[in-house]
Design a protein around this ligand. Structure first.
Ligand SMILES: *Cc1c(COP(=O)(O)O)cnc(C)c1O
Length: 388
């Protein structure tokens, strides 16, 4: 017998705040409750057929059966560079400024290992994607939470960060369109971030996973559209949300050469890239005709309208999302985010995600995902109406 003891970095992980909710959900399912699960950040729609077909063809080719290159096939990186030019009018050198990722989560999880020393500070949005603070902790760094609050349109107030913290800050994460608040950022905000990064010598990591899930034909911008952005940072991107490809594990990082090279160095030592047949399908995805993406956006937009209008009528205070597939709503008075989620689960069999699970500044909110059909979402609104 040996003592099997977890490393400190694992023991010190922040508590998993969804554990109690997960348990209630499992109990409800095992009792046969007809649960409407609006907690899932994973598209319910299938990957478009032409992308699946492209994988099928590519999988037959023996040349794709060997180790891929760690930085990604040049043809995949070129198609990313073309896509950025088309979509954002941003020029990227596919050889130096583009790196393939096994999903953007992989790159986000690894980037602090390349740049953060123990005790360095990493600025992290709260509420936010939990991988930012956890990756920071794994690298020995200290997350400093930037609250995203409604009064500031869910943008961090960079002027509020003390000189003391800024002296130790190495890197920052931002994410627009934002999960969980669904907020978008303007070019002016990105300009402010570039000036801030230059002044305080901070590497900017912008997570743009939801840039293609937008409504009312208002396209979100890329961080790299702003002058000077490429001198201070990179953008993470993913095919997961845009093309309903979460299970495929394919994404990329683009931008500053040195930051890309640093991340690449970590990856060469840890992984061996993405299956080339999936990269071939990724090229096909990035060349998808606009009408297919428009159809997907229209589906989310219908769902958004029903959920937004429905919850508003019930008297909940909700933001109308301009992008992402989430709705961020204030919980009614008398509840906090966790007990409102359990109240809805137990009384209406509707599951949302408690805002506090994304960080302390998410307390008082609930996140609903638009990853269910219009019929189920309408029924969810009806059920919530009966118990409020
Ligand atoms: C879904 C999501 C991602 C994308 O993850 P992949 O690893 O590319 O599937 C990244 N950031 C945020 C905020 C997300 O919600």
């Amino acid at each position: 017998m040996i003592d099997i003891e977890l490393a400190e970095r694992v023991k010190n992980l922040p508590p998993y705040l969804f554990a109690a909710i997960d348990k209630m959900k499992q109990e409800a399912i095992s009792k046969g409750v007809d649960l409407i699960d609006l907690s899932i950040g994973d598209p319910d729609l299938p990957t478009p057929a032409h992308i699946v077909e492209s994988l099928r063809q590519a999988a037959l080719k023996p040349e794709h059966h060997r180790y891929p290159s760690y930085e990604g096939m040049l043809s995949y990186r070129e198609s990313i560079s073309h896509w950025y030019k088309r979509r954002f009018n941003v020029n990227l050198d596919p050889k130096a400024e583009v790196l393939s990722l096994i999903g953007s989560k992989e790159g986000i999880g690894h980037i602090p290992l390349a740049f953060v020393n123990p005790q360095d500070v990493v600025l992290v949005p709260s509420p936010g994607y939990p991988v930012y603070p956890v990756a920071t902790l794994f690298a020995g760094g200290q997350p400093f939470f930037m609250p995203l609050i409604e009064e500031n349109s869910y943008l961090p107030d960079l002027k509020k960060i003390s000189a003391d913290i800024l002296k130790r800050t190495k890197l920052m994460f931002i994410n627009y369109p934002n999960n969980p608040t669904s907020a978008i950022a303007s070019k002016d905000f990105f300009k402010e971030v570039v000036a801030f990064a230059e002044k305080h010598n901070v590497i900017v990591c912008h997570d743009a996973a939801y840039s293609e899930i937008y409504f009312d034909e208002e396209k979100p911008c890329s961080f790299l559209e702003v002058d000077g952005a490429k001198e201070v940072g990179i953008e993470f991107h993913s095919l997961s949300k845009t093309y309903n490809m979460t299970g495929w594990r394919i994404g990329f990082a683009v931008g500053n050469k040195e930051v890309i090279a640093g991340l690449g160095k970590i990856k060469t030592n840890l992984d061996s890239g993405i299956f080339q047949a999936i990269q071939e399908a990724g090229i096909t995805a990035l060349n998808t005709q606009d009408h297919i993406l428009l159809e997907i956006r229209n589906i989310y937009q219908k769902r958004r309208d029903i959920l937004y209008e429905g919850l508003k009528k019930l008297g909940l205070s909700v933001n109308k999302p301009k992008a992402s597939f989430y709705l961020w709503a204030k919980v009614p008075s008398g509840f906090d985010s966790s007990n409102f989620v359990s109240y809805l689960l137990q009384n209406a069999a509707v599951l949302g995600t408690p805002g506090v699970g994304f960080g302390a500044a998410g307390e008082g909110y609930i996140r609903f995902a638009l990853t269910q059909s219009v019929e189920r979402i309408s029924e969810a609104v009806e059920r919530i109406g009966k118990v409020l």
